[in-house]
Design a protein around this ligand. Structure first.
Ligand SMILES: [Zn+2]
Length: 432
């Protein structure tokens, strides 16, 4: 724990310093609670097939995307790193799906929340996720392969001192899928088992009177077919995305694309914290209660051949490089979000475009240019964010005809000297 504490201290030094300065000037109102639940290996079509009562109730009372898209390779650890850092796999470089030594060398949503003084709980049912556990000594971290015992601990800790941000990982659907096959009777029973654990949590939130102040997100890392989850097919790539709580519209089916990096962006936005504008994720504003749902414009589906040649080649060829890179990054810098190099930003945009996804969404701010903006209202935490300005600037016709592929803006004058994340935090906090 000693090394973890020192790692946390190094990592949080700059973030905490910036927050301390800003919070002295303009304290934020109390943050809303967020619970993020990852049901490992949960296929969207299994929710109905299993008759998962709690999830069906959350869908009915909230907003739901039945086919959010995970990251390649569609494996547990790579997708959870994305889910908790906002970085695509191509950027965080964690291709391995095993217990890794040390701790992820990137800033997670727990780091950002803890730096803002929020209390975090991290409860996972696979030891490999310990790689992502919060380092803040005030956070509660618990790993238990028995998901019922895990939820016992969640309820106990939450009752004693409620968390602002809670992450819960439930493993049973994945474990049973590997053993008995996805969509088998045994698999569907495992889905019901995880559903029952989520039901226990919702019962506690009801008893504590927290339903009106707690947003609950339920999603997954991957689906599966047969006994594995390796192919680039809808059964493997598509994951459910359920958003229920006071911030979300009830009974809304989401149609705009939702990708794995959108989950951490949404979590931070709900907590009133800004998400680094360099990252490809966006808060899923289509789900927000106070935003009118736009007409569905895009079809989304899994693109590319149903094979794993590309991801397997990546895993084989880059696995070793990634291992060295991860350790190098751990040693070099843990104190800030890494800037996305121009080529990765361009890559992320190309991925969105090639898979039928829209480019960066444009925001209509109170003070910013808004040509072509289609969103009528902007969440509180985003109103003064420079994101809409940057995006608008990026998409405006450039003298050089740089277009909107992102590569042309990298060398433009909009880059700030300080890391973007600090700039975003400051703007978000000013808006409180
Ligand atoms: Zn998994």
């Amino acid at each position: 724990m000693g090394s973890s504490s020192s790692l946390w201290r190094r990592r949080s030094a700059l973030i905490a310093a910036v927050f301390a300065l800003i919070l002295q000037v303009r304290p934020c109102p109390a943050a809303q609670r967020v619970v993020l639940i990852s049901v490992d290996g949960l296929r969207p079509d299994a929710i109905q097939a299993a008759g998962a009562a709690t999830l069906l109730a959350l869908i009915a009372g909230g907003s739901y995307h039945e086919a959010a898209l995970n990251e390649l390779p569609p494996a547990t650890l790579p997708n959870h790193v994305t889910m908790l850092t906002g970085l695509p796999v191509a950027v965080h470089g964690v291709l391995q799906n095993t217990d890794l030594p040390g701790h992820v060398g990137e800033v997670t949503i727990f780091d950002v929340a803890a730096a803002a003084g929020l209390r975090c709980g991290f409860f996972a049912s696979k030891s490999k996720l310990d790689f992502l556990a919060p380092l803040n000594p005030t956070a509660v971290v618990h790993i238990d392969s028995d998901q019922a015992a895990l939820m016992d601990r969640v309820l106990e800790e939450f009752t004693a001192d409620p968390f602002d941000l809670t992450f819960i990982h439930l493993r049973e659907p994945d474990s049973t899928g590997h053993r008995s096959g996805w969509m088998s009777e045994e698999y569907l029973a495992a889905v019901r088992s995880s559903d029952a654990q989520i039901g226990r949590l919702m019962g506690l939130l009801t008893d504590l009177g927290f339903l009106e102040t707690t947003d609950v997100l339920v999603t997954s890392d991957h689906g599966g077919e047969g006994f594995v989850h390796v192919l680039n097919t809808p059964a493997v790539r598509e994951i459910p995305w359920i958003a229920s709580g006071p911030s979300f519209a009830a009974g809304r089916n989401l149609c705009e694309p939702v990708v794995q990096p959108d989950t951490p962006a949404t979590v931070l936005t709900l907590l009133g914290l800004a998400f680094p504008s360099d990252l490809p994720g966006h808060a899923v504003e289509e789900a927000f209660r106070d935003i009118e749902q736009p007409a569905c414009q895009t079809e989304r589906s899994v693109q590319g051949p149903p094979c794993m040649v590309f991801p397997l080649a990546l895993a084989a060829g880059l696995g070793v490089v990634s291992a060295f890179g991860s350790s190098a990054r751990r040693g070099r810098s843990n104190a800030r979000w890494r800037r996305l190099p121009g080529r990765f930003r361009a890559w992320a945009l190309r991925q969105r475009q090639s898979s039928g996804m829209p480019g960066p969404r444009r925001w209509r701010g109170a003070d910013g240019p808004s040509s072509g903006a289609r969103v009528a209202r902007v969440p509180r935490s985003m109103r003064s964010s420079p994101r809409h300005l940057k995006v608008a600037a990026r998409e405006a016709p450039a003298p050089g005809g740089g277009g909107s592929d992102g590569s042309g803006s990298e060398s433009g004058g909009s880059d700030t000297v300080e890391p973007h994340v600090f700039s975003d935090f400051r703007h978000a906090l000013r808006s409180c």
